[in-house]
Design a protein around this ligand. Structure first.
Ligand SMILES: Cc1cc2nc3c(=O)[nH]c(=O)nc-3n(C[C@H](O)[C@H](O)[C@H](O)COP(=O)(O)OP(=O)(O)OC[C@H]3O[C@@H](n4cnc5c(N)ncnc54)[C@H](O)[C@@H]3O)c2cc1C
Length: 501
């Protein structure tokens, strides 16, 4: 445990304020947790931060990315699985526009203006801490006319977004610098790195948090009691959340899954849209299935990467600010929600992922689009025009994916080909499994507080967010919410006198 110092900003000793200082547990210091902590630095509350990952300054880059390994180790190295807060360390693309459809559902919760205000704070914070100048991608009128016309002719809908792409190479410096500023401002913060929170349970109106070492469990599990709890465990911690004592008392409704592929193609097919938008959000409704299909996480001149979840391996993509490939990769995802009686969408997507892994001998599969169309397995990529940036087993994705998903994906790529001629070329590569499962949606108020008083659930584990921009925003909302409560509780001179006597 490291203590950043427990004085108050005014220099008054911590002990002398103990009579009024309440305690808060912040579980998970990824994108959302970091911005909640930013709000709480210096607030009159003792904040204990738990994260399974090591101190930010000790986090290393992905060994595959560094050329030290060619395939994911059998045990997740925690670069993209829980432990290293994927998106704000890997690629670090941030959607800066308040949109009703992109990046999460906070628009629905707090409205456009309030969302935009927080996203502007996120933008400012990241830019202030960036070690190099990072351009904000902001389409102009000419770009918008260009894409709207082409999208309409292709049967697609374009959704506006401004974007910041920090790159995997800048991510460690940005996160570490933000955290250092928090530490300076926050003598009220205690860090528990490499600590897994085993459980959170209600104890009357308070919360009992049991925690232990992560990499080296100490068999010295400890329990501490807190007045407030902010859970920011990400998608990786979503299952853990469902196992907690309080979970059944939350107001919840089933989440959604996105099942799709990571498309890798030539950067020359997409360079016009890349230049104008970096990542244009293009939505399409399948003619055959009525499913909504969308692109996600474009990485112009980037790299396809494995995303190791310990018992299954997905694919993802990222790009860097300085080192470039000749390819572009992006996800094409089909969204599904389920109705009664089925209510475990995460299990559904994980099962599909595991079948793909089984066929591939343990990792991802890759197939040429031409082979998928022709209904045959890809046997080799030796003569393929597009050279993959990730080594994966050649195979047949249709042996694992439902037909309606693949039909929708192929329709999407044909439509996109009208905007980016060449994208639907036979040699375009499809990597699977690219699945995103979202936790159950948890009812929260505008401060991300659940129906259990003083329990806040933020970021992707709440299912209100789907990316760094809105995850960080939800952190700001919770931090502000806690501060508001603390203010309401602030002692009057009379209550202090009573406590001292
Ligand atoms: C490979 C990859 C790349 C991505 N790239 C992007 C991108 O470029 N742009 C984008 O907008 N989105 C991206 N995303 C999505 C993005 O990562 C998430 O939307 C975002 O990180 C959600 O923030 P969060 O705070 O909810 O969770 P996270 O950032 O995942 O943080 C959760 C934290 O909780 C900790 N934790 C979990 N369980 C426990 C426990 N029991 N005890 C203690 N600590 C725990 C973890 O160590 C982690 O630090 C990417 C996702 C992946 C997997």
């Amino acid at each position: 445990m490291s203590r950043a110092g427990l004085g108050t900003p005014s220099g008054e000793s911590f002990q002398s304020r103990r009579i009024v200082m309440q305690k808060l547990a912040l579980v998970g210091l990824g994108a959302s947790g970091l911005f909640a902590l930013k709000e709480l630095a210096g607030a009159p509350v003792e904040v204990h931060v738990f994260d399974v990952g090591p101190q930010y300054s000790k986090r290393y880059a992905c060994p595959i990315d560094q050329g030290k390994l060619t395939v994911c180790p059998p045990k997740a190295c925690s670069y993209c699985a829980p432990g290293q807060s994927a998106g704000s360390w890997n690629d670090f693309k941030v959607i800066l526009s308040a949109s009703p459809v992109i990046g999460g559902r906070l628009y629905e919760l707090i409205g456009e203006q309030e969302l935009q205000k927080r996203l502007d704070t996120v933008r400012q914070t990241i830019l202030t801490h960036a070690p190099v100048e990072i351009p904000v991608v902001k389409p102009n009128k000419d770009d918008l006319d260009w894409i709207n016309k082409r999208a309409t002719l292709a049967g697609m809908t374009y959704h506006y977004q401004e974007l910041l792409h920090c790159g995997s190479d800048n991510a460690p410096a940005i996160n570490t610098s933000i955290l250092n500023e928090i530490i300076e401002k926050g003598p009220n913060i205690v860090f528990h790195w490499d600590s897994k929170v085993q459980s959170v349970a209600r104890r009357g109106e308070r919360f009992a948090v049991r925690h232990d070492g992560y990499r080296k469990p100490t068999s010295n599990e400890q329990e501490d009691i807190f007045d407030y709890c902010i859970l920011s465990v990400g998608r990786g911690g979503a299952h853990w959340l469902t196992q907690q004592e309080f979970y059944k008392a939350l107001d919840i409704y089933p989440g959604q899954v996105d099942i799709g592929v990571r498309v890798e193609t030539s950067c020359y097919f997409t360079e016009e849209v890349d230049k104008r938008f970096y990542e244009p959000k293009l939505y399409y409704i399948s003619r055959h299935t009525g499913d909504v299909v969308r692109n996600f996480c474009s990485n112009p001149r980037g790299y396809v990467t494995p995303e190791n979840h310990r018992d299954y391996v997905l694919v993802n993509g990222h790009s860097k600010m300085f080192e470039k490939s000749e390819n572009n990769n992006f996800a094409v995802l089909v969204s599904k929600t389920f109705t009664r009686p089925f209510k475990d969408p995460q299990l559904y997507s994980q099962t599909i992922a595991k079948v793909v892994n089984m066929l591939a001998g343990g990792g991802p599969l890759v197939q040429r689009l031409g082979d998928l169309r022709a209904g045959r397995r890809t046997k080799s990529l030796a003569n393929n025009m597009i050279k993959p940036t990730l080594e994966a087993e050649c195979g047949d994705i249709s042996l694992a994916y439902p037909h309606r998903i693949l039909t929708s994906i192929m329709e999407y790529l044909d439509a996109l080909d009208k905007i980016c001629p060449g994208v639907a070329h036979d040699s375009t590569l499809l990597f699977a499994p690219e699945c995103k499962s979202y936790p159950d949606s948890i009812a929260v108020n505008k401060s991300m507080e659940t129906n259990i008083e003083n329990l806040f659930i933020i970021g992707d584990s709440s299912s209100w967010t789907r990316g760094v921009g809105q995850a960080t925003t939800s952190g700001l909302l919770a931090g502000e919410g806690v501060k508001k409560k603390l203010k309401e509780l602030a002692p009057t001179p009379a209550t202090v006198a009573q406590a001292v006597s």
